[in-house]
Every structure is written in structure tokens, then in C-alpha cells.
Design a binder for this molecule. Sequence first.
Ligand code: FAD
Length: 286
Amino acid sequence: MSALASAAIADNPWLAASVRIADVVTEFAGVATYYLQFDEPARATSYGYAPGQFNMLYVPGVGEIAISISGGLASREGLAHTVRVAGNVTQSLARLGKGDSLALRGPYGSAWPLDETRDADIVLVAGGIGLAPLRAVVEARLDGPSPRASTTLLYGARSPDVLLYDREFAGWTGRGLHLQCTVDRPHRLWVGHVGAVPLLVDRLSGIAPANCALFLCGPEVMMRYSVRSALARGVRKEQIWVSLERNMQCAVGLCGHCQLGPAFVCQDGPVFRYDKIEPYLDVEDL
Ligand SMILES: Cc1cc2nc3c(=O)[nH]c(=O)nc-3n(C[C@H](O)[C@H](O)[C@H](O)COP(=O)(O)OP(=O)(O)OC[C@H]3O[C@@H](n4cnc5c(N)ncnc54)[C@H](O)[C@@H]3O)c2cc1C
């Protein structure tokens, strides 16, 4: 590629860049994390993202999908994207391996308000693969200059076998994360909680409602009930942020597929402050 072309790509986030799969980690059946590195060093240097944003990944000849950025660096081990097999594009991606090529454009969308909540006790509430866009928040908070405020992760999954990133849990708790996990169906060695995630919000202790912030991502029913629990405990709507998924195509606010009330999830979201999006949370995807 010419120097002119690579400079154009570095300056224009609408243009897709060629990336290579540097590594693939199978999380559990049907879910894998892809570490992607840019082919062009200039693109790796200029690329930056904020936790909560997403990229559009293009599988050549198949199609393009929105996938959250789950951490990592463009210039080093690669940008992490954790993907669950759903349909055509994700199935094709699952057939690719280390060394294969994709195209990536982004980052797009809004981010978790990490600066605004810097001195707050942050409670991350995640269900299933909804932990993916929160992984970069965990890393940012634990890597930050020893924040006075705490970080808690309340995480639920169907069973202990499908807890995302569980190999990283010991490292996270060792660096100060307060972690509580719950599952719907325990096995006989399970020593954590059993039941729905909102129950963990109900029982959470040691957090003052006035100085906390909640970041939620997962099935919308889980988020609705968790928000209800938090509000009942005195947390204000303005202290709560949710990450939403809607069927998305262009990612730049043109096609209208992801419209939710007055907002486009691709541009105004995926991270919304709860009071701004509350009336539209019950609207089904189209
Ligand atoms: C901002 C954003 C971030 C996302 N982050 C991730 C991520 O980190 N990891 C991940 O695995 N997936 C993520 N997704 C969902 C991902 O984009 C879809 O699973 C993917 O587009 C499915 O493509 P496909 O061709 O494999 O399946 P399709 O054949 O397009 O779809 C399979 C089924 O999933 C439904 N579907 C497709 N997209 C969505 C959606 N966005 N919301 C609800 N239902 C949908 C379809 O209606 C269909 O029933 C994200 C979506 C958005 C909008």
C-alpha cells in the first residue's frame, strides 16, 4: 500500500483497515476471543478507543458485524473482540484462525463515563457475553493510578462452564476487584451464588448509593430488574449507564436500522445514561 493510501486510512475512521488474527482464545463452545493486529503499522499507532466502543468487523465475502472492543492494544498483543456464533458472519469468523485476514473499521459509538465516575464506587453488572464490553472497564479501573474508589463486578451466567474470562478472575481480584458470580444452574463443585443477577444487586453491601455508579450490559430483562433493584436502594437514574445492542448495519447513523426512539444506537449509544433511554428500553429489535 502506498504511503498516501495508508495516511488516508489513518485519518479516516470510515475506511476499513486490513487486520490479521494474531491469536484466538476459545472461551467456551460457541464463543471465542479474537486478538486483531493491523497490517499497517501507521494504523496501529493512530488507532485509539475508549472502553464501551465497538468496531465493525468484515469477514471477506460474507459480511460485516458490530463487535464490542474487549480490551487490548492495537500496537501490541492486538485488539480483543469476543464473539458468540449467531448467524452467517459469526459462523464464518469461527472458521478463521491465527494468521487469517479480516477488515476492521471503527471505533464507533459512545463510551462508559470513566472520567466522570473516576471517584465513584463503580458497580459493573453483567450477564453472559455482556461482560465483553466491560472487560476493558475492569482493566482501565485496575490499571488506573490507585483509585480511592472501589470496583465491583456482579456477574451472572447460565452455568459455571460458560463464565466468560474466568481464567482472568484471580488476577482481577488480586488487583483489587470485588467479584461476585452467580449461575442459574450450578454443578456440584460450585461455591458461588445461585440465581439471577439482580439478586446480587439487592444484597450488595459496603457501597454508599450516593457515591456509586452502575454500568450494565447483558440481556435487557436482566438490566431492567437490576436497575429496579438499584433504584429501590436509593441510586439515582443519573448514576446508571446501560449498553444496548440493536441490529446494526452502517454504524454511522445513516441506515436507521438501530434507531431507538430519537436515538441511533450506533452513534448515540451503545452506552446510554439510563434516564435518557428508559422509555425505549422495552422496544423490541426490528
Ligand atoms: C454495538 C454492538 C456491539 C456488539 N458486540 C458484540 C460482541 O462483543 N460480541 C458478540 O458476539 N456480538 C456482539 N454484538 C452482536 C453482533 O453484532 C451480532 O451477533 C452479529 O451481527 C450477528 O451476525 P451474524 O451474521 O452472525 O448473524 P445474523 O444472521 O445477522 O443474526 C443471527 C440472529 O441474531 C439476531 N441479531 C443479529 N444482530 C443482533 C443484535 N445486534 N441484537 C440482537 N439480535 C441480533 C438476528 O436477528 C438473528 O436472529 C454486538 C452488536 C452491537 C450492535
